[in-house]
Design a protein around this ligand. Structure first.
Ligand code: HEC
Length: 190
């Protein structure tokens, strides 16, 4: 069963784009399926601290780790190098030069643990121990006096830390009684 030349041409035209797409693929990376089965990839720390692992760290310990593993990109004190500033500018959000840092902007301290644990250092994610992540979180929070210098961060104390911008977010959908009575609540699709 030979194809006539017209059918052959149509078939070639149909196949060609998929062949071209395949040969143009850079073939980089690896299948995410196996990686995503790893328990550490599926550990999400919620704002109230649920899923925080056992461990502890202080700002003094974090200072040493930060100097070794973070300062190259974030600056020696957490600000002033190529990557995002992590500290400082608390209270600047309502000024004419608002600066979003972890300490000025983030509403929950527990997010700091989750983010560092899964994403930093950016070139070696998941390489830090639990204690190192608590210590680094303590160091960053201590830089702006959000915690006391010797305060030990662990799974019980971290959720109790109140971030300066906790009340700076406007609820788009009311989920609590507080949201319902907050006059800033936006009612989307109202
Ligand atoms: C090789 C460079 C590099 C190193 C080393 C590095 N970071 Fe980062 N970090 C970045 C970049 C780039 C971003 C911004 C990522 C983005 O916005 O997607 C970032 C973002 C962050 C953020 C979020 C900031 C924000 O406001 O969104 C935190 C927190 C953080 N890093 C902590 C750390 C800690 C702690 C270490 C050390 C363990 C570290 N980083 C090491 C490059 C680095």
């Amino acid at each position: 069963m030979f194809m006539d030349s017209k059918t052959l041409l149509i078939n070639l035209l149909l196949i060609a784009p998929s062949l071209a797409a395949e040969s143009m693929s850079p073939n980089l990376g690896q299948d995410a399926t196996e990686q995503s089965k790893k328990p550490e990839w599926n550990l999400t720390i919620t704002p109230d601290g649920k899923n925080l692992p056992a461990g502890a760290g202080t700002a003094a310990e974090g200072k040493l780790i930060f100097a070794q593993k973070c300062s190259g990109c974030h600056g020696p004190e957490g600000i002033g190098a190529s990557a995002e500033p992590l500290v400082g500018e608390v209270g600047s959000l309502t000024s004419s030069y608002p600066e979003k840092t972890v300490n000025s902007y983030w509403p929950y301290a527990t997010t700091l643990f989750d983010y560092i644990r899964r994403a930093m250092p950016i070139d070696a994610p998941f390489s830090l121990s639990v204690n190192e992540v608590y210590a680094l979180s303590a160091y960053i929070l201590d830089r702006d006096g959000i915690i006391e210098p010797n305060f030990e961060l662990n799974q019980y104390s971290l959720p109790k830390v109140t971030m300066p911008n906790l009340d700076g977010f406007i609820p788009a959908y009311p989920t609590t009684l507080k949201d319902l009575t907050d006059e800033r609540t936006l009612y989307i699709n109202d």
